[in-house]
Design a protein around this ligand. Structure first.
Ligand code: CA
Length: 415
């Protein structure tokens, strides 16, 4: 596999959608047919949730990830590469020793995640884009990296690191680059392995189906960066052995299901076809061969089912732009137990937090509630506090984004 690096600063690409007259085509006409009853369009909840919302902090720039530390402090990662600890008393302090993050748009730090044994090990994983070698001030644009990934290449700037957070939460120590891989979200598992959802592609990209690219995949490595021997393609010389599952259009939020230990993940569809999936080793989740989405002009992309490809547990048509994913297991909101929460970020369908009420088996969405609709902020991450409160990380927007200007926040939801 070729490894590239580039020291130029590239302009941010502009996406141009094909010109279609809205009068001629209703892109939402003829919605797809579900594979089973209840796979889409779950009804709204019977009982509307009642909760209080407080703003904990409101000065974050492109925040990406929120973690709850064992002492009740919050660890927040901003896309530009800043880690901040917010103490239970509300005071905040920047964590020192964070590796240098570079990107052209302040989105270079993609995720942070605590090891399951963090209380003892203090190990934290970071996914980010590093500066190109020999050019600490340089950066590579996401579009250029995305094209390289589609070609089966990896820029040496795409970095997964692990580090130790000092006992007083003030400094990262022993920062160690464990892999050069692209990442959207990191998910450490109790067996010591690390699942990584990678970046995807906006268009129909056959490269997503290929086993020698990292685009549109879930990857799995060990905590030291080595390949787990029980990975589905371990020992196969012609493929990327980090691959755990394939065929994801644009992966985003992940979680370990608290009751089953399975990996669950949401992904962005095109116009329609946002999905939540149970991620199993070696499985193919279909994009772009099967999808419940359509092209943005309403034309068909492919069928919605095929033998040997996985069906989503639930899909959304039109798309909601799904982001952070969490299952609630606390006691402060008894009526939320075993509900799944997903952040949404859609400029057309709304920005809010979804609550999914699951059936007794836990794999069918029975009812859906939209929370924080009036707050109208992109919800990027969701975390459960030590006492069962819920923390919500909202994304910042700037004046290139619907002409709205406000910073990212941490919200605290209590009964
Ligand atoms: Ca799929």
């Amino acid at each position: 596999m070729k490894r590239l690096f580039c020291s130029f600063i590239f302009p941010i690409g502009v996406f141009i959608h094909p010109a279609v007259s809205a009068a001629e085509v209703d892109p939402l006409a003829n919605p797809p047919t579900a594979a089973f009853e209840g796979q889409t369009g779950a009804p709204v909840v019977d009982n509307v949730s009642d909760f209080n919302m407080e703003v904990v902090v409101s000065d974050l720039a492109r925040p990406r990830s929120l973690e709850v530390l064992p002492d009740g402090s919050l660890l927040v990662a901003e896309g530009g590469g800043t880690l901040t600890v917010i103490s239970p008393d509300g005071s905040s302090r920047e964590v020192r020793g964070v590796p240098t993050v570079r990107s052209v748009d302040d989105r270079g730090l993609t995720d942070i995640a605590l090891a399951p044994d963090f209380a003892e090990s203090r190990i934290i994983y970071l996914g980010y884009t590093a500066p190109p070698p020999g050019d600490r001030r340089g950066a590579v644009s996401p579009e250029v990296r995305s094209q390289a990934l589609a070609n089966g290449e990896v820029f040496s700037v795409d970095t997964i690191a692990r580090a130790r957070l000092s006992d007083n939460n003030r400094r990262l120590r022993n920062v160690e680059v464990i892999a050069e891989l692209p990442s959207r979200r990191l998910l450490p598992a109790s067996d010591g392995s690390l699942y990584i959802s990678t970046v995807g592609a906006g268009g129909n990209r056959p490269q997503i189906q290929k086993l020698n690219t990292y685009i549109g995949k879930v990857l799995r490595i060990n905590g030291d960066g080595s390949i787990p021997e029980d990975n589905p393609y371990y020992g196969h010389s012609l493929v990327s052995q980090e691959i755990f599952s394939v065929g994801h259009r644009d992966p985003d939020g992940m979680m370990i299901h608290p009751n089953t230990g399975e990996v669950w993940m949401v992904e962005h569809g095109p116009m329609g076809g946002d999905e939540i999936n149970r991620i199993l080793p070696g499985k193919n989740y279909g994009w772009p061969i099967i999808t419940y989405g359509k092209n943005y002009d309403g034309t068909e992309i492919g069928k919605s089912a095929r033998t040997g490809m996985e069906q989503p547990l639930h899909y959304w048509f039109p798309s909601r732009a799904l982001s952070g994913l969490m299952m609630y297991t606390g006691t402060q909101f008894p009526q939320w137990q075993n509900n799944i929460f997903i952040g949404t970020m859609s400029p057309t369908q709304g920005k809010f937090m979804m609550r999914l009420v699951m059936d007794d088996n836990g794999d069918k969405v029975q009812q859906i509630e939209h929370l924080l609709v009036d707050h109208d902020r992109r919800v990027r991450d969701i975390a459960q506090g030590l006492n069962g409160e819920v923390f919500v990380l909202t994304d910042s927007e700037n004046n290139t984004d619907l002409e709205r200007v406000f910073p990212g926040e941490v919200l605290r939801l209590t009964p």
